[in-house]
Design a protein around this ligand. Sequence first.
Ligand SMILES: C[S@@+](CC[C@H](N)C(=O)[O-])C[C@H]1O[C@@H](n2cnc3c(N)ncnc32)[C@H](O)[C@@H]1O
Length: 282
Amino acid sequence: MDKAPNAAQAEFWNAGAVCSWVDLHADLDRQFAPLSDQALAALRPAPGQRLLDVGCGCGANTVELAGRVGPQGAAVGVDISAPMLARARELAGERGAVNASFVEADAQIADLSAGGAPFDGVFSRFGVMFFDDPVAAFANIRRHMRKGATLAFICWRRPDENPVMLAPYRAALDAFPVKPPKTDPLAPGPFAFADARRIDSILGEAGFSAIDIRPHDQKVGGLPFEKALAQALRIGPLAGLLREQPEVADAARQRVAEALRRHETPDGVWLDAAVWVVSARA
Ligand SMILES: C[S@@+](CC[C@H](N)C(=O)[O-])C[C@H]1O[C@@H](n2cnc3c(N)ncnc32)[C@H](O)[C@@H]1O
């Protein structure tokens, strides 16, 4: 029998490694806030709207959206990761966001509006590059949007434009005796939407119009050196390699530290980030 859609991603985002994302989310939220702001500006949330946050993770953006739409509106976060959603629910409680709610479901196939009114807008920060059938996923998302509603998200551009994601990994690679296999750049993963023409074609095929894709470049970070180093070792592709080959952890750590030192300023460590800010109409 065929596997369920997105089975590999569901396994990844529910595995023990996700603890790192949950532990580090407050720092990540602070670092990525200037990037999320780009998608929020494109979405232009208004009081009373009902909004969806796709791949909401630990929920910071869902809570922010809930604040923007106010008590007459609502924000729903959807994600396939139970541990991240547990933190998201906690965060909404801590911030008193009673109009934020969370659904554990695959955005590619789920009944996202669950019989309720269609969404007035859909947002995502780095949560839409993991679908094994992106056209089906975006068509499903569009089906649950009001006609003319705005979709706005950010996704990573190419790896070589994103030291924030890849500099520690590249610096450490020499230390690992077993090199990772080459991966398909279009496979579900953080860089699956690096090509703007691909995004345009996926959204067009999924039935969206007025597709706008523009680049945004920004240094992100600001963590003190030791925290930046700890974060670099705990998330992303480097963390995966370290789990598989822990015997070279010291050598890898030293190389990453040297690389990050080159980006240290009196205000912490800052690395270049390059994203697409995408918007479209349902
Ligand atoms: C890189 S994280 C981003 C999380 C959050 N938006 C943020 O910026 O902190 C990607 C998120 O997408 C979720 N995700 C991946 N595939 C999904 C799917 N098919 N349906 C819903 N969520 C999915 C993951 O579980 C994960 O929480």
